[in-house]
Design a protein around this ligand. Structure first.
Ligand SMILES: [Zn+2]
Length: 341
């Protein structure tokens, strides 16, 4: 992993006290960001055995005043709301509204797909599902900087404003209920100066063109400012969230209580072309995310082997020629990310 992904990786890793089993599947991008497949997002966290006591309390729930029922539903996690969407008509209506409006949940869409007019055949995801989505995270890459701001031979920059229009038209066309958009540009600065702007011009143009009624912000990586000179070996990056207010002022958002990025359910792959499409989905989307996800699990496994469930067994760093030594749970996990990324 490149060094700029360390700030993402530190968020993805697990620290003591560990609460989840190691036999889980973690999806991670090559830049250290965690992704949650839809089936895992709606899976209940704890196993609850239904007995007569639970049945009795459920029936009392349906006799509560409607306002209290709605208040209780508003506190339910997505997994519970998803189950309630499969019960009575009344509960389904309320649960549906709350499920799609969850403020900390974003569904992933590819920026290239939007700029290429968002044809369903070019996408792996279920289009009927996408229509319901309100919060969209858009995977943006530096390739699009060059497509929107084309650099000519004489170094002039020619802006392709038609691509910006296509981008938003495609989004509104496919995601009819869209309300919030995060443009996620997860690549470290290449060293090229963007003038006074902290983000590339193409991204700025996209945000400025965002239609009325859609709250748009940019998530990007920025080199941390330090008093001492840094090289690629010592520089550290941080994640920033910039939002443009209606008055046109850019303000930095809070990353403390942030979001979960969900992979939508894939479409149903039918026929010979569908079989080929499914292979592409496995090869280029699912398997790479699972493979990168093995890294945080391996780091966690080593830490837990020495310090979980009451064990206290200090150990040296397993990386050859490294002299670090870890005497507390969690030390190795942070060190593995920051020093050995
Ligand atoms: Zn080491």
């Amino acid at each position: 992993m490149h060094r700029y992904g360390v700030c993402n990786l530190l968020t993805t890793l697990s620290y003591p006290p560990w609460t989840k089993g190691l036999d889980r599947v973690v999806y991670m991008t090559q830049h250290g960001e965690e992704r949650f497949p839809f089936y895992a997002y709606v899976q209940p966290n704890d196993v609850c055995t239904v007995n007569s006591h639970h049945n009795a309390s459920f029936w009392s729930f349906s006799r509560l005043p409607a306002e209290i029922q709605v208040h209780v539903l508003a506190m339910c996690p997505a997994s519970t709301l998803f189950r309630l969407m499969h019960t009575s008509l009344k509960l389904r209506t309320e649960a549906l509204k709350l499920f799609w409006a969850k403020a900390d949940t974003y569904f992933l869409v590819d920026a290239h797909w939007l700029i290429n007019k968002a044809y369903p055949g070019d996408s792996m995801w279920d289009m009927a599902f996408l229509v319901q989505v309100q919060n969209v995270e858009i995977d943006y890459s530096s390739v699009l900087n060059n497509r929107i701001c084309m650099r000519q031979e004489d170094e002039r920059v020619e802006i392709q404003s038609n691509l910006v229009d296509i981008f938003w038209a495609s989004l509104r066309d496919r995601v009819l209920n869209v309300k919030r958009v995060i443009l996620n540009y997860n690549e470290g600065s290449t060293g090229r100066e963007y003038g006074l702007d902290r983000i590339p011009l193409a991204l700025r143009l996209l945000v400025e063109a965002s239609p009325h009624g859609i709250e748009t912000c940019v998530l990007f990586l920025e080199r941390k400012q330090t008093s001492r000179p840094t090289t690629w070996r010592t520089a550290t990056w941080r994640r920033c969230l910039l939002r443009r207010t209606e008055q046109g002022v850019w303000e930095e958002g809070n990353l403390e209580k942030f979001r979960k990025t969900i992979l939508m359910p894939p479409k149903i792959f039918r026929g010979p072309v569908g079989s080929f499409g499914e292979l592409l989905y496995q090869c280029y989307t699912k398997i790479p995310l699972q493979r990168y996800g093995l890294w945080p699990l391996m780091v966690e496994a080593l830490d837990r082997h020495h310090f979980d469930v009451g064990r206290n067994e200090p150990f040296p760093c397993p990386v050859a020629s490294c002299t670090a030594y870890f005497s507390k749970g969690g030390e190795w996990t942070i060190y593995a990310a920051e020093e050995h990324y």
